[in-house]
Design a protein around this ligand. Structure first.
Ligand code: HEC
Ligand code: HEC
Length: 267
């Protein structure tokens, strides 16, 4: 009898210890990620727009994925005089652009000294801004060797959760709560600065399935997750949110306008 009780006592102490260790691991991992990224729990998936609607009354997220090709002539005609014929890509310009979110950059273009709300449509502003961002921060030209390399790295490490098209629909997505981020969702991704995405990829996101990638090694592609690669991944992830061709929906709209004019429906 007594021995039995003694054994039970020992057992329960052991299992208590292992539970303690498990809890310690469960807490320290997210706490590490939280201290590195400055984020608290993201279990409640919220993304608040911090655009000042007074500074930019007609603010809205783009109707279609912005097009860098459509943005180039708008940029050349309206922005090049100050920002350079090809956008000036200094260390300072890169650092500045990584610090603020795309929606805050849109706000800058909207009012104040820029004041393009008067002369450019919302889509023209998004296109010009996206052109500027890709020229300063980097992008992977469709069909290039770099694009193929990044397809392989994203495909081998991230697509299992985020999906090959970045829509958060990878094979594992149903098993995760919160679900993997959908990178084509403007109202989410445009509230994030590139710096924040960099930190999230580097250190993971506390209390979610998003792992930390800093200092890992991809044995398949013989590639270390260096800061350079993580910045490339930030650019790659951003790439799901714009197109490098004329958006077919925009062409469709132009054709429709031409047609409406030809039948006298609009002037
Ligand atoms: C009259 C000159 C001028 C014109 C034209 C101009 N900008 Fe600017 N822009 C500036 C100045 C000056 C700054 C502040 C730069 C700084 O803080 O280093 C700025 C800042 C910005 C920023 C914020 C930088 C960042 O990284 O957050 C964005 C974005 C921007 N401009 C986009 C545009 C776009 C897009 C156009 C064209 C549609 C445009 N600008 C036209 C002068 C101009
Ligand atoms: C095991 C599943 C999983 C893998 C693998 C994974 N992620 Fe994630 N990722 C997630 C989840 C889940 C979230 C959403 C967390 C949240 O909602 O806070 C996320 C969020 C993100 C975010 C933050 C988006 C935002 O809105 O701030 C980025 C950026 C990201 N992942 C990039 C990557 C990259 C790049 C890779 C590959 C190197 C990768 N992820 C691999 C599960 C994964």
């Amino acid at each position: 009898m007594d021995i039995n009780i003694e054994m039970k006592k020992n057992m329960s102490q052991k299992s208590k210890l292992s539970i303690l260790i498990l809890v310690a691991v469960l807490i320290t991992n997210p706490v590490y990620a939280a201290t590195q990224t400055g984020l608290s729990s993201t279990l409640i998936t919220e993304w608040h727009s911090s655009v000042d609607r007074k500074a930019c009354p007609d603010f809205r997220y783009p109707a279609n994925k912005p097009s860098t090709v459509a943005g180039e002539p708008v940029y050349k005609a309206n922005c090049a005089s100050c920002h350079g014929e090809t956008p000036i890509k200094s260390v300072e310009a890169v650092a500045l652009m990584r610090k603020t979110s795309p929606e805050k950059q849109f706000e800058t273009v909207c009012g104040g000294k820029h004041n393009f709300a008067k002369t450019l449509t919302v889509d023209e502003r998004w296109n010009a801004l996206q052109y500027m961002r890709t020229q300063i921060l980097g992008y992977f030209p469709v069909g290039s060797e770099q694009a193929a390399k990044m397809d392989a790295i994203f495909g081998g490490n991230c697509a299992i959760c985020h999906g090959t098209r970045g829509q958060g629909d990878g094979n594992l997505h149903k098993m995760l709560l919160p679900e993997p981020a959908n990178f084509t969702m403007f109202k989410r991704l445009y509230t994030r600065s590139d710096e924040r995405l960099f930190n999230e990829i580097s250190y993971g996101i506390p209390w979610t399935g998003m792992p930390a990638w800093k200092d890992r090694h991809d044995f398949d592609k013989q590639q270390d997750f260096t800061p350079e690669l993580i910045w490339d991944l930030v650019n790659y992830v951003r790439g799901f949110g714009y197109v490098q061709e004329i958006n077919r929906l925009d062409v469709g709209r132009e054709k429709l306008m031409e047609y409406k004019k030809s039948v006298g429906e609009i002037k």
